[in-house]
Write a new protein. Structure first.
Length: 224
């Protein structure tokens, strides 16, 4: 599970305790995912989930897109916010290339009573994003969370801007990449791409942005 860099365990636990509590299915999804020793670091933290829930509600999001579903934890947080405000009219388009992860995520979504608002889209997210635009969602999406392959972030950003409405919000996870973005040893393609996309978004007149140290780093870009 992603944890906020630089926080002691005590402070981390306090932050989580003072945030919006998880639902029962959310908690079980998180706990069961943590048993996946090879992949558990891919899951966002509870405080990140609470933050996504809050931001989606703050902009009164009705239509959302998530790129990188994993076991479905972040989608549970976002979809809960959408459905609380818009009921069955809410939509979360969940994009992932892994059939096994998507299948597992759907079990949690059903149990949480959110399957009616979460629509799985299996396949390459680049193609799925184009399909969403073709289906009439260009300029209609309120909220977009990106937590997939880091080298794909520049493409997801451009395609995401096409989908977002003015005032819509795009959130990128892992923009600190465990601190590698400021390390002299951080020379991987992923690290290089994360540095470049952060700089690109900071300079982009099409958006307002902020860079936070929550979790492994969250970058927020709001379309003007």
């Amino acid at each position: 599970m992603s944890t906020s860099i630089g926080l002691s365990p005590d402070i981390r636990d306090y932050v989580q305790a003072m945030n919006r509590p998880e639902g029962a299915v959310m908690a079980r999804c998180r706990e069961e995912t943590q048993a996946l020793s090879d992949y558990k670091q891919m899951q966002i933290s509870p405080e990140q989930g609470a933050f996504l829930h809050f931001m989606a509600g703050l902009i009164n999001a009705k239509i959302a897109v998530e790129i990188g579903v994993f076991t479905g934890y972040s989608a549970l947080w976002t979809a809960t916010a959408l459905k609380a405000r818009h009921g069955a009219k809410a939509r979360l388009l969940a994009l992932d290339v892994s059939e096994s992860w998507m299948t597992q995520a759907q079990t949690y979504w059903r149990e949480a009573g959110l399957a009616d608002v979460i629509e799985p889209r299996l396949g390459d997210a680049r193609e799925s994003l184009d399909t969403l635009a073709e289906e009439g969602l260009a300029g209609q999406v309120d909220f977009l969370f990106i937590d997939a392959d880091k080298t794909g972030y520049p493409i997801y950003y451009e395609k995401g801007l096409t989908l977002l409405r003015p005032g819509g919000l795009m959130v990128f996870d892992n923009v600190l990449w465990g601190g590698d973005v400021v390390s002299v040893k951080g020379k991987s393609l992923e690290t290089k791409t994360l540095r470049e996309i952060a700089y690109q978004i900071r300079q982009d007149p099409r958006v307002d942005m902020t860079f936070t140290a929550l979790g492994d780093g969250l970058l927020l870009a709001q379309k003007r």
